[in-house]
Ligand binder design. Structure first.
Ligand SMILES: C[S@@+](CC[C@H](N)C(=O)[O-])C[C@H]1O[C@@H](n2cnc3c(N)ncnc32)[C@H](O)[C@@H]1O
Ligand code: SF4
Length: 483
């Protein structure tokens, strides 16, 4: 089994008997480990007081001068996509959206005042405008937002300023406007180019429309373009998806994010508009995925983590080569920043050993800001065990390998004792199936195993374990040999 996918550019065939049990695993739902613990493990006993304490603690230590990523959540969209799992609100009521923008500006003010009061000078290096649909803001609202953000950081000095765009809500003039206001990288929600699939998901955006937005003189004003794609959508087949991939190749985005459609009609009632009978057979999903991986690799993209692809000339592609890939709530990153502060309803933060999340409901979000409180409603303070496990998971996700000797040294543990349960599980579940390799004290994910990194991470996840599992105590390093 090869662990060097970037060198051999070949995805092994998936549809043979050896992998039957893995095929079932592929479709298991489970955490994506954009954080550890996953949000379900955070506690509501983490309010604005805890958030302020966490910020002070972080910036007094590790956070001093450290590059920071700022995420801003714009929850509004023009029209509901039936597949959408995001935290959104459909509205075209401009007064309502402006009311929200006013509160968002006040949250930015609150953060800036907090920094000033505590003599904190955050080294914000990256901003990501996500949602929802930031491009659903009117340009004057967008300008209000960037103007206020520029009181936190000089937007022209940023390493990265990215923005999510629904192509149906923009035009070439607006794209130029965003670039003039500092945006360097744009991401289009594409999902699929097939006309029938687009109808079945209530999102009609013909390829000609997207192409017309991206002539060379527009492409050249941005450092990079990402397409979001989904597989597993209604009426998608392996054949139609191959056609979509051909179109993607032709339009040649710098990055692609390829996610499996999560169909959870019990959680997102609007997904009931998607008929189960229209969904592709579950056994086709790993094939769609591996065919897409193969297509992108053959076309020269680097495979980032398990669900991102980037041209070798793109910062993210270079991060693969330089082994600096990072992970945050937006997926795989260049690794320039490891700490994230979130603004806007439902936004999550991840800085130092802390996680936090803002209120979901506008009412709660607005009330907190009216009362001068950060709108935090839950969070988590990581323990040493969480930090060790997150480190292992993020190394597996980002580099597809982890050297346990390094972990022993970094955390003063003996991995063979500390992870006795996990190593036995890995041997049982994954090594025999060709998902994992061991070489000395380094554990590597094989090429095929990339489809299952999340499942491997789950073995290290004590929050999703049997109730009788006991977290081992750190012990002194005494034995470095292979499991
Ligand atoms: C915030 S948007 C992207 C920007 C903009 N709102 C748009 O749709 O063009 C949401 C992204 O989340 C992902 N997403 C939404 N619903 C999903 C689902 N049910 N399963 C997996 N990914 C989903 C898709 O990649 C989608 O492009
Ligand atoms: S996919 Fe994008 S545009 Fe569609 S509802 Fe979700 S966030 Fe809004």
């Amino acid at each position: 089994m090869s662990t060097d996918i970037q060198a051999n550019k070949t995805m092994p065939a998936f549809n043979n008997d050896q992998f039957t049990n893995l095929l079932n695993k592929f479709n298991e739902s489970g955490p994506y480990y954009t954080s550890y613990p996953s949000i379900s493990g955070w506690v509501e006993a983490f309010d604005h007081h805890d958030y302020e304490k966490a910020l002070k603690d972080f910036f007094a230590g590790e956070g001093k001068d450290t590059p920071i990523h700022l995420y801003v959540h714009i929850p509004f969209c023009a029209k509901l996509c039936w597949y959408c799992i995001c935290n959104i609100s459909i509205s075209n009521d401009r007064a309502r959206i402006q009311e929200f923008v006013n509160y968002l500006l006040r949250e930015i003010d609150m953060l800036r005042n907090f920094f000033e009061k505590n003599s904190i000078k955050p080294n914000i290096r990256e901003i990501h405008l996500g949602g929802g649909t930031p491009s659903h803001l009117y340009t004057d609202q967008f300008a209000q937002l960037t103007e206020r953000l520029s009181t936190l950081v000089d937007l022209n000095s940023l390493d990265e300023f990215a923005m999510e765009i629904d192509p149906r809500t923009t035009n070439k003039e607006n794209l130029k406007f965003y670039a003039d206001h500092g945006v360097k990288r744009i991401s289009f929600g594409v999902q699929d180019f097939d006309a029938n699939v687009q109808l079945a998901i209530n999102r009609v955006q013909p390829v000609e429309m997207i192409e017309a937005l991206l002539p060379p003189n527009i492409r050249s004003i941005f450092d990079g373009l990402n397409f979001d794609l989904l597989f597993g959508l209604p009426l998608q087949t392996r054949k139609t998806f191959r056609n979509t991939l051909e179109t993607v190749k032709r339009l040649s985005p710098d990055r692609v994010t390829l996610l499996k459609y999560a169909h959870v009609p019990d959680v997102r009632k609007h997904m009931k508009a998607i008929h189960d009978a229209d969904l592709p057979p579950p056994d086709d999903l790993p094939l769609m995925f591996t065919e897409a991986v193969q297509t992108f690799l053959e076309h020269g993209y680097e495979w980032v983590g398990f669900d991102h692809f980037a041209k070798p000339t793109d910062d993210l592609g270079m991060a693969v080569k330089n082994r600096t890939v990072g992970r945050n709530f937006n997926g795989f990153t260049t690794g320039t920043t490891s700490h994230l502060i979130g603004i806007g309803p439902t936004s999550t933060g991840a800085f130092g050993n802390y996680y936090s999340q803002n209120f979901f409901e506008f009412h709660d979000y607005f009330k907190a800001i009216d009362e001068g409180r950060f709108p935090t409603f839950r969070g988590y303070r990581m323990k040493k065990d969480d930090v060790i496990r997150r480190d292992i998971m993020f190394r597996l996700l980002c580099d597809q390998r982890v050297n346990f000797e390094d972990i022993d040294v970094k955390y003063a543990i003996n991995y063979k004792e500390y992870f006795e349960y996990e190593l036995a599980e890995l041997r049982h579940q994954f090594i025999q199936n060709g998902v994992l390799d061991f070489s000395g004290t380094t554990m590597g994910i094989t090429t095929l195993g990339r489809c299952f990194i999340r499942h491997v991470c789950r073995v290290f996840d004590t929050f999703n374990r049997a109730a009788n599992y006991k977290i081992p105590r750190p012990v002194l390093k005494s034995n470095r040999s292979l499991m």
